[in-house]
Design a protein around this ligand. Structure first.
Ligand code: SF4
Length: 264
């Protein structure tokens, strides 16, 4: 188990509680006393006190009662920046931490219609610290434009935040290490639909071994967010005949969101 200072632990607990609050969980069940349970609110500037010293005062997330939250996009922006800073100093995957030039955190609109989830940063992403800015990103930009969308209207992120060396796939341990960052980011960004690009994203987000060609055409659920799967733009560069299928998927997604495709 990783050693962690009390102040870091406190920061992580605060961020976790804030993510819960932003996700709509406004109250926590307080199991402080074995014979009675009470609920304590998570409020903006005063999170419930969690004991650092032992198992007493442990608070457990409870889905009810839920009170409508009044959090702002500014607050989410701040929390995402804190998470980005945490990712930037992360060394949980020693090989990736040694070989990366930059960590690559997600970018785009908060609470967008679509969040695209890819596999891992490539060479250009690693150099610039921005997701989907390589050859695949250029193709994705064209797909977005054909759908009447711009980069500013969607969110992009990858399953892991550091480039694996030698163009290899992320290892299961690396995916597991980065899972918390991915989930917290998605909870804060809260897209209407997640679009998994390629099998690595779909396998790891949906915990499935079903290939992309079989996952396409239907919506799945990930923690209350709808998920659609299609091919990764890099796969399209190597297999241009698959572009037609991605276009079908995008038309399906745009229509599902109640949006119109631009007139040619
Ligand atoms: S991939 Fe994620 S968990 Fe691994 S070192 Fe990078 S930021 Fe940390």
């Amino acid at each position: 188990m990783q050693n962690i200072s009390l102040s870091d632990l406190h920061k992580q607990i605060k961020m976790h509680l804030e993510c819960l609050r932003i996700s709509g969980i406004e109250w926590l069940e307080n199991n402080n006393n074995c014979t009675s349970q009470t609920s304590v609110p998570i409020v903006n500037d005063h999170l419930p006190l969690v004991s650092m010293a032992g198992t007493q005062n442990v608070v457990v997330a409870s889905p009810a009662p839920v009170i409508p939250s009044l959090h702002s996009l500014e607050k989410k922006t701040l929390l995402l920046q804190q998470l980005k800073d945490e990712v930037a100093s992360c060394v949980k995957c020693p090989q990736l931490a040694q070989t990366r030039k930059n960590t690559v955190f997600g970018i785009g609109k908060i609470e967008p219609d679509i969040c695209f989830v890819g596999e891992a940063p490539g060479i250009t992403e690693d150099e610039k610290g921005i997701p989907f800015v390589g050859e695949d990103g250029l193709l994705l930009d064209k797909i977005l434009k054909a759908c009447g969308l711009s980069r500013d209207e969607v969110y992009f992120l990858n399953i892991i935040s550091c480039k694996p060396p030698d163009k290899r796939l992320p290892l299961p341990t690396e995916v597991t290490n980065c899972r918390g960052f991915l989930e917290k980011q998605l909870a804060l960004v809260k897209p209407k639909v997640i679009c998994c690009l390629g099998s690595c994203a779909a396998e790891n987000l949906l915990d499935t071994k079903i290939p992309t060609n079989k996952l396409r055409g239907k919506f799945y659920d990930w923690k209350g967010i709808q998920v659609l799967c299609t091919y990764h733009p890099l796969y399209l560069i190597r297999n241009p005949e698959k572009k037609k299928e991605v276009w079908e998927d995008m038309k399906f997604l745009i229509s599902h969101l109640g949006r119109m495709l631009p007139t040619p």
